[in-house]
Design a protein around this ligand. Structure first.
Ligand SMILES: [Zn+2]
Length: 178
């Protein structure tokens, strides 16, 4: 994906914005655009109301595809082993980085088996979201957040009709080079 924001313009908008107090901190907020014109789908929806999204053609919108070598029994066994071993390893060694390599290896083996036997893996087209539009929007969101994060800003909605996309940033972050 190409760069979403022109960061020079975004910085300029922040420079020109008026600071205000929010929960005891001085912040600035700028308007990035309307959700209907700047996101890939241009559609407004929520996780609980998204019938306006087109269903993914590959999985017909259910987010999963059939695995030709899927086997529910073997998948269930591998899943159980993975869980048991993971719980034991967390108990014995703490977080994943501390696990001995022999433990990591055997857990990985059961994870690979799960992928292989999984009767209904996530659809590779829409990443299990059931809609290509939703997937593109999600990718867009993640990238937009990363870009704004570089200047310590974050993205959020407005309190109005929910179609405005705004970005805010603390005033002390205005000049990150100092
Ligand atoms: Zn799909």
């Amino acid at each position: 994906m190409n760069q979403i924001f022109d960061m020079e313009k975004i910085k300029k908008l922040f420079d020109e914005a008026e600071a205000y107090e929010d929960d005891g901190t001085l912040i600035k907020t700028i308007y990035l655009g309307d959700i209907r014109s700047i996101t890939p789908s241009g559609k407004v929806y929520t996780p609980w109301a998204h019938s306006n999204l087109d269903a993914c053609p590959k999985c017909k919108g259910n987010g999963h595809v059939r695995n030709p070598h899927g086997k529910i029994k073997d998948w269930t066994i591998a899943r159980k082993k993975d869980r048991q071993l993971t719980i034991n390893a967390l108990d014995n060694f703490g977080h994943y980085g501390n696990w001995p390599s022999s433990t990591k290896k055997v857990v990985q083996k059961y994870r690979d088996q799960q992928d292989w036997w999984d009767p209904w893996p996530s659809c590779p087209e829409c990443a299990g979201m059931g809609s290509l539009e939703a997937r593109l929007d999600q990718d867009w969101n993640e990238q937009a957040e990363r870009e704004l994060n570089e200047i310590n800003a974050w993205m959020h909605g407005s309190e109005g009709d929910g179609c405005d996309i705004m970005a805010s940033r603390g005033v002390e972050d205005d000049s990150p080079e100092t």
